[in-house]
Design a protein around this ligand. Structure first.
Ligand code: ADP
Ligand code: MG
Length: 530
């Protein structure tokens, strides 16, 4: 019984009560307001210079590229104007040597070359026509501006954004290290290399993946209002939302369109409450943080996202293994263990290595409803070299894993609830009874069983939301955020660049003609089918 009792005491420490959720939401709202007022706060609240969200009627062919940790993805996105799109994409691994190249040029020349290959392969006609025009037209540019693809550039490294297609690299992460690029405008670096190859491409927008998620979900979600929040629950966690321009009190350096009265804000919420005013802090959270590369930072992320949940579980398992008072993974407490097998943990098991436990084992545990926990025991065997775990061992691991997952989902609800409240949409007469859309992306929210259900349950007990409010909050997976979202931001940017008066009008126009266009296209369909 000792193991069950010890497990229960650990589970209790991961309990994040309704009261905790409400305290968390209040503090999140406070830190959001603080971040809108000044720099250097725990929630950075970075203005993105994106001043509106699409509504599904946007049309056209755009390009998008995404430089993540490992791959470079190039796509073209055809927005059909009815909430649907067609996407063509190619992915190539970034050579390790280029991640640590001497000059920025080496990396960005490689990226431009991939764009050229993509255009030749998938848009050959357009590409050749462009090259032909360049050869025959007398003007030195040799091409018309409207023949140039607008491209959104998703760049998943910390940048100081100065405008919709301008941002300087603050530092590299994820194994990249090219000092030459630090402090430079990454859009300009890419454009230079594109121009050297004479490609008909303009880097029109610099995109954060959360903003891409918000845009993609606004385009694809049914309903006319667009999403209020785009959130990532993958390796890390972060969110971008639509804020009233009048609430952004700190100065903004770049130019932007003021006509919508809105600004998309990248919260960088991974660092919510680094000061631990309200975040839970179990002994295992303390150890994880201490052994991390950035102690005291990203404290919310360290309790919520995929990179960390497996590590928290691993630290608990190690403690249980060391505890002389409980018999855990020792084979002597088994009633149902296979008689011919003994529990055994390989010496080389990744359970003994920092970051050795992937969060996907939590999903296996949460989804295992078999009477003997067969799936989890197989998962322990296959992934962690814990062979022939007893039912009681698996039960203990499942209880702890479920508690860690449930706390993460309820913490996720804190951020979502605070942002829904901040937008005021629940009480806005213009939105009466209408759904409030939240677009989400990332392996954790996609694959962890009941993650969204647990978020919803927590939303329903938040003061100011309640059961009725929670019913209106729709959390949907954003389809292909980095491609479609970046294309949509390129579209907005293309509108802004024409001239300033156009820039001020474009989103308003998109909005006001949305209903008319939708009606017209229904008529068109009728006309053609008649
Ligand atoms: P990225 O954040 O790099 O865009 P993902 O959204 O795929 O990539 O997130 C990867 C993270 O999700 C990793 O930390 C991984 O441990 C975690 N993860 C992957 N699959 C699952 C799963 N089935 N359940 C829970 N977490 C998962
Ligand atoms: Mg991602």
């Amino acid at each position: 019984m000792a193991l069950a009792a010890e497990t229960q005491s650990i589970v209790n420490q991961f309990e994040y009560t309704d009261d905790d959720v409400n305290k968390g939401v209040k503090e999140f709202l406070r830190q959001m307001a603080e971040g809108l007022e000044k720099d250097g706060t725990s929630l950075s609240q970075i203005p993105t210079y994106v001043t509106g969200v699409p509504n599904g009627t946007e049309k056209g062919l755009y390009m998008a590229v995404d430089l993540g940790g490992t791959n470079f993805r190039v796509c073209s996105v055809k927005l059909n104007g009815d909430g649907t799109f067609n996407i063509t994409s190619d992915k190539v691994a970034v050579p390790k040597a280029l991640m640590v190249a001497k000059t920025a040029e080496e990396l960005f020349a490689f990226l431009a070359l991939q764009i050229k290959k993509f255009l030749e392969k998938h848009h050959g006609d357009h590409f050749e026509a462009h090259i032909r025009r360049r050869m025959t037209v007398s003007s030195p540019e040799g091409y018309k501006d409207e023949n140039v693809f607008r491209m959104g550039f998703t760049f998943s490294f910390p940048v100081q954004q100065m405008g919709i297609n301008k941002g300087t690299l603050i530092r590299w992460t994820k194994g990249f290290d090219i000092q030459d690029a630090v402090g430079k405008d990454v859009c300009a670096l890419l454009q230079q290399e594109i121009d050297k190859l004479h490609l008909p491409v303009k880097v029109a927008a610099l995109v954060n993946d959360t903003v891409g998620t918000l845009m993609a979900h606004s385009y694809g979600a049914p309903g006319s209002h667009g999403a209020v929040l785009g959130a990532i629950f993958g390796t890390g966690t972060n969110g971008a939302y639509v804020e009233k321009l009048s609430n952004v009190k700190k100065p903004m350096v770049g130019e932007y369109d003021t006509s919508t009265g809105e600004m998309v804000i990248n919260t960088e919420w991974g660092s919510f409450d680094n000061q631990l005013n309200v975040l839970p802090n179990t002994p295992w959270d303390v150890v994880l943080d201490k052994q991390s590369v950035n102690p005291g930072f990203q404290m919310y992320e360290k309790r919520v996202s995929g990179m960390f949940l497996g590590e928290i579980l691993r630290l608990v398992i190690l403690d249980l293994l060391k505890n002389p008072d409980v018999s855990f993974l020792k084979d002597d407490n088994s009633s149902t263990n296979d008689l011919r097998s003994t529990t055994d943990i390989a010496e080389t098991s990744s359970i003994f290595q920092q970051w050795g436990v992937d969060s996907s084992i939590l999903s296996v545990a949460a989804g295992d409803h078999t009477p003997a926990l067969t799936l989890l025991r197989k998962g322990l065997d296959d992934n962690l070299q814990i062979h022939a775990a007893a039912y009681e061992d698996a039960q203990a691991i499942k209880s702890v894993a479920d508690a860690i997952g449930r706390r993460a989902a309820r913490l996720a609800a804190v951020a979502i609830a605070a942002i829904v409240l901040q937008t005021g949409k629940l009480n806005d007469p213009a939105h009466k009874d209408e759904p409030i859309d939240v677009g989400v992306d990332g392996s954790l929210v996609e694959h962890y069983p009941y993650f969204r259900e647990m978020i919803h349950e927590a939303l329903s007990i938040v003061d100011g939301i309640g059961k009725e409010g929670a019913k209106r909050i729709r959390i949907g997976l954003a389809e292909d955020g980095s491609g479609v979202g970046a294309a949509l931001i390129a579209l907005v940017a293309a509108g802004m660049e024409k001239n300033t008066t156009d820039a001020e009008e474009i989103l308003g126009e998109l909005r006001s003609t949305a209903k008319a266009q939708a009606a017209a296209s229904v008529d068109d369909e009728k006309a053609t089918s008649d």
